[in-house]
Design a binder for this molecule. Structure first.
Ligand SMILES: [Zn+2]
Length: 253
């Protein structure tokens, strides 16, 4: 069933949520667009203007590391000012209700954590851009520290005391997927009886694998996304409404 009538959407969603025992949300860029975080991959998005810096280039060249940090600081206003949207708040409400044990996200904006989901219960497939780590020793660095070193060195990316390179805690193109997060996401997906894909085009690997995995394990599948996805035919409910409008009624405080 595909709905775009808001009343029908909310009624159908409510029924599926009420019937479910374990709900696993899977979120992508669409949930954060109302928060001022651009969808990097969308037409006109940042990645169509600036080619992403592949991990190999970041590791090989100081000027690429400088450029990566330059770009990240240029985005700081978007990330620093972003507040959770209605979609984040609704999922946080379901989390508090006890039906959502944890959630899986492709987003790097930290907004699920800000909305009240404990960090340990946010499985980040693409990492997190609101802090940095050393690629060798995994020491955590705050962006304010990196910015200060960057500015005081004539705009050069600083290195860790151990000599390793410091990078936002995101997964870059060409960088290995975080194995532990992938395993946890798989295990979680197999435990749910309702899989809620929200704001993801479900194209990029590994995102594409999860709805199928949930469905094969007998879960109901709901896809809330502006654009059609490859999995719409498999879904028990496809919602074409705005994410905030569709999930807003599920915010409980
Ligand atoms: Zn280090």
């Amino acid at each position: 069933m595909i709905t775009s009538d808001l009343q029908t959407t909310v009624a159908r969603l409510r029924q599926l949520i009420d019937e479910a025992t374990v709900i696993v949300p899977f979120t992508g860029a669409g949930i954060s667009t109302e928060c001022g975080i651009p969808d990097f991959r969308s037409p006109g998005g940042l990645w169509t203007k600036n080619q992403p810096i592949p991990f190999e280039a970041f590791m090989a060249r100081q000027d690429m590391r400088d450029e990566a940090w330059q770009r990240r600081f240029a985005m700081e206003e978007n990330f620093a000012n972003a507040k959770p949207g209605r979609g984040h708040r609704a999922l946080a409400s379901l989390y508090r209700s006890g039906k959502v044990p944890a959630l899986i996200t492709q987003n790097i904006d930290n907004l699920h954590q800000v909305s009240g989901v404990a960090s340990r219960d946010v499985i980040e497939l693409h990492g997190n851009t609101t802090y940095a780590t050393c690629l060798d020793c995994a020491e955590r660095y705050e962006l304010s520290w990196v910015k200060e070193k960057f500015d005081s060195s004539g705009r050069h990316a600083p290195d860790c005391a151990c000599g390793g390179y410091i990078k936002t805690a995101t997964v870059s193109f060409g960088q290995a997927m975080p194995l532990e997060a992938m395993q946890r996401a798989e295990e979680l997906t197999k435990t749910c009886d309702l899989f809620l894909a929200v704001g993801s085009s479900l194209v990029v690997w590994p995102a594409a694998g999860f709805p199928l995995m949930a469905k094969r394990n007998g879960a109901a599948l709901v896809i809330i996304n502006r654009e059609p996805t490859e999995f719409d035919d498999l879904a028990d409910l496809v919602v074409r409404n705005d994410i905030g409008d569709a999930l807003g009624p599920f915010i409980t405080h």
